[in-house]
Ligand binder design. Structure first.
Ligand code: THU
Length: 170
């Protein structure tokens, strides 16, 4: 028996001003998307924007439901919308922004926190990454703070369950 280790690399920008123009614009699209969230139960609005290889940008936001598990996270709303409107077109970057109710008290519409995709979203993002054979970069952060840039979805989901496992299991 031996011990193995999995490490992930990610970049940190001290503010959105450090981002390249295209990344900053995409992050701003995610911020716009959070205005369309329907989150009366959690009061936590999440916006996502995906940039596709064909130049299109598709937005999504979290949509909740009184039957709680029926809602969906912003990331999956955006990715499923992109996959259904532009099937087969790789996604190269996903930006995510979040606003808690308390952020409404901050000045200049600042956002205080960042959100990283939940486990179910990671599984979904990773599958499109492999299906379309293109890494999906993930940008997430706060307008009032740091931005994380994760180079691909798979690094957020080590030892992922994927179709090879299913086929080998047969
Ligand atoms: N949520 C997202 O939309 N994305 C995430 O990455 C984490 C959580 C949503 C789901 C729910 O509507 C609310 O945030 C609180 O969990």
């Amino acid at each position: 028996m031996k011990k193995e280790r999995i490490e992930i690399d990610y970049l940190i920008a001290d503010s959105i001003n450090e981002l390249e123009d295209a990344d900053r614009q995409l992050f701003e699209e995610a911020v716009k998307a959070l205005e369309t969230a329907y989150a009366p139960y959690s009061e936590f609005n999440v916006g996502a924007a995906v940039a596709l290889e064909n130049g299109e940008i598709v937005r999504g936001s979290n949509q909740e439901n009184i039957a709680y598990p029926s809602g969906l996270c912003a990331e999956r709303v955006a990715i499923f919308a992109a996959a259904s409107q532009y099937p087969g077109v790789p996604i190269h970057t996903l930006a995510i922004a979040a606003r808690h109710r308390k952020d409404l008290e901050l000045e200049n519409n600042a956002l205080s926190g960042h959100v990283t995709p939940c486990g179910a979203c990671r599984q979904v993002i990773m599958e499109y990454e492999r299906l379309l054979e293109h890494p999906i970069r993930i940008l997430t952060g706060a307008t009032a703070g740091r931005i994380y840039i994760i180079e691909n979805a798979e690094s957020l989901l080590p030892l992922v369950f994927y179709s090879e496992s299913l086929i080998k299991g047969r």
